[in-house]
Design a protein around this ligand. Structure first.
Ligand code: SAH
Ligand code: MG
Length: 198
């Protein structure tokens, strides 16, 4: 397992695949254990690095993970098999915004795909969250660019960073969800439904 993870880290470095930072995944794994999380939905599998670690956090934890890039999807399948986790991880090859989920609900939804679509992912998948479930979002700092969009020259990059800044505002002002922000790795948040009685 350790060897496989190392292999994956090297592959990610070589091919520029943005896998989660160690600090962040350690935090998520601890959260999964502490809260006895069983069903996880991940948006953005890449090569399966975070899915494999989340699925191995707890004996009963299962992960459904969605990836739209075929090469990464294939790589993810291969790694999940190598890890011996094909019974615990279900890899779906589709655009998350087009996925049709049946009436399943999740204890944890991990948003880690196209940064410009974070609000859309949140709005779509919140309906598949258990009443006490949480939505965790990665890369809220986006390599330190977030909060500095005005000073970014590249139009594409600026647009993307602005979208993350808007997503953070969306979370802060959200009436349905309470969000805590963590200055870990590339920036992480945990959103939880507010108490109904409020
Ligand atoms: N969670 C992974 C890293 C994911 S990187 C890890 O930490 O190990 C983000 C991935 O999301 C990329 O592979 C990209 O192809 C995928 N992605 C981006 N937008 C998507 C979408 N709309 N639907 C499905 N996958 C998407
Ligand atoms: Mg990430």
């Amino acid at each position: 397992m350790k060897e496989l993870l190392l292999e994956m880290e090297n592959y990610a470095k070589e091919k520029n695949v943005p896998i989660i930072e160690k600090e962040s995944i350690a935090f998520i794994m601890k959260f999964i254990k502490a809260n006895n999380i069983k069903n996880i939905l991940e948006i953005g599998s890449a090569i399966g690095y975070s899915a494999i670690l989340m699925a191995s956090s707890n004996q009963e934890t299962k992960v459904t993970t969605i990836e739209r890039d075929e090469t990464r999807y294939m790589e993810c399948l291969k790694n999940v098999k190598k890890a011996g986790l094909d019974k615990k991880i279900n890899v779906v090859f589709q655009d998350a915004l087009e996925v049709n989920l049946s009436d399943v609900t999740y204890d944890l939804i991990f948003i880690d795909a196209a940064k410009g679509q974070y609000t859309k992912f949140f709005e779509k998948f919140k309906y598949f969250l258990e009443p006490n479930g949480v939505i965790i979002t990665d890369n809220l700092k986006f390599h330190g660019y977030v909060g500095k969009s005005a000073s970014i020259d590249s139009k594409n990059l600026r647009g993307l960073v602005e979208k993350i800044e808007k997503y953070i505002e969306f979370l802060k002002e959200n009436e349905e969800f309470e969000t805590k922000f963590y200055d870990l790795g590339d920036g992480l948040s945990i959103s939880k439904r507010k108490n109904e009685s409020k």
